[in-house]
Design a protein around this ligand. Structure first.
Ligand code: NAD
Length: 368
């Protein structure tokens, strides 16, 4: 058998249900290696609370450099009550922020897909969400979460003042907008750009730069501008009007959480965080489910591995250029749902539930 690819994948399972869901991805990778002649080189290490427990830091330099050298980083989840009261800079979540920031992962892709088999899991009416397929592109390394000056300082009248600064440069806007236009070209060819250009100068710049990029390079893609508050309302009123939504860090944080709930379960939704492409067309990227470490169900075999498996499908598509394998994996997930297999989080009352491992095995058996 001829081996055709050799790609480095770093698995960082993390805390809580992280190791359980990443284990199912590991099985998928091993299956692809053996059955499809792919030669993924897997490495695995500690991040988050487990790293703090062993090394006193949520991410060691060694793991950080491994991430720098890997084409794909697959993260499970970090955090949990055990680490709630440790010093802020040592908290498990700091590892995630460090990875996103230092790897310069500026574009966060969060699809919100409502599988027709699970339409009843959404709080919205079936006709509003059935067949929903939106991609939210959130700017991840700029805006108000990173802007300076920031802090809390005393002021003259004895009060304190909390300060955060919302800034964007043209290049920060253009690089994330490009990601959105490129994605739209492979989907329904429509981008909605969201900001608050009516009340924020940074929003006005955002709108102007996205429009200028569109006019110069992406005329064939349909572009709409929408105020972020209207977008929030439209996501509930008529979410199927959207294809790709591109927005800044703060609005993206909220709109993507809102969109995720249209689909019913946190256990189903993947995400990708992408950096810039280098001269060889390669980019840094991290893939992770949108859910957290779910301490309430950790170690019980109840976690739904689908979000993590679909995150790996995104890695196959966006980092590894293996569109067919990505599509097959997504189809295997759909097939398993069609067969009625459900982990506890998506099961109807009284119906049979399968474990994390059983769900992973069933998805692999569909790949065959
Ligand atoms: P959570 O996403 O961990 O859990 C919320 C609820 O959803 C829980 O009831 C949980 O059981 C359920 N759930 C989540 N994922 C599931 C899955 N795959 N299958 C079945 N059920 C699932 O959010 P939380 O409880 O607010 O946070 C728990 C910890 O995770 C906190 O320490 C938080 O800081 C951390 N967190 C980490 C990340 C990350 O690593 N990216 C993201 C969010 C929260």
């Amino acid at each position: 058998m001829i081996k055709v690819k050799k790609r480095k994948i770093l698995l960082l399972p993390g805390d809580g249900i992280g190791p359980e869901v990443i284990n199912e991805v590991k099985k998928v990778i091993k299956w692809l290696n053996t059955k499809r002649s792919l030669d993924f080189q897997i490495d695995e290490d500690l991040v988050g609370g487990v790293s703090y427990d062993k090394y006193g830091t949520p991410i060691t330099d060694e793991v950080f450099y491994k991430a720098l050298e890997s084409e794909v980083v697959m993260l499970g989840a970090v955090g949990g009550p055990k680490w709630d009261n440790i010093e802020f800079s040592k908290k498990p979540e700091r590892a995630l922020l460090k990875l996103r920031k230092e790897l310069k992962l500026f574009a966060n892709l969060r699809p919100a897909i409502c599988f027709k088999q699970l339409v009843d899991a959404s709080t919205l009416k079936p006709e509003i969400v059935s067949g929903l397929d939106i991609m939210i592109v959130r700017e991840l390394t700029g805006g108000i979460y990173f802007g300076e000056p920031r802090g809390i300082k005393p002021i003259d009248n004895g009060e304190r003042k909390g300060i955060n600064t919302h800034t964007y440069t043209s290049s920060e806007i253009i690089r994330v907008a490009k990601v959105a236009f490129e994605l739209a070209k492979k989907r329904k060819n429509k981008v909605t750009s969201c900001e608050k250009s009516n009340v924020m100068e940074a929003g006005q710049l955002w709108k102007e730069e996205v429009q200028a990029l569109h006019d110069e390079e992406y005329k064939e893609v349909e572009l709409n501008h929408m105020l972020a508050d209207n977008c929030s309302m439209q996501l509930l009123r008529n979410p199927k009007q959207f294809d790709v939504i591109v927005t800044d860090n703060l609005f993206g944080d909220m709109l993507s959480d809102q969109a995720s709930m249209l689909t019913g379960s946190l256990g189903l939704l993947p995400s990708a965080s992408l950096g810039a492409k280098n001269k060889d067309g390669k980019m840094r990227a991290m893939y992770e489910p949108i859910h957290g470490s779910a301490p309430d169900i950790a170690g019980k075999g109840l976690a739904n591995p689908i979000a993590t498996i679909l995150s790996f499908a995104m890695a196959l598509r966006y980092s590894l250029d293996l569109d067919k394998d990505a599509g097959d994996l997504e189809k295997a997930v759909e097939d398993v749902l069609n067969d009625g297999l459900r982990t506890k989080d998506i099961a109807e009352k009284g119906k049979k539930e399968v474990s994390t491992k059983e769900m992973g095995d069933a998805i692999i058996s569909k790949l065959k």
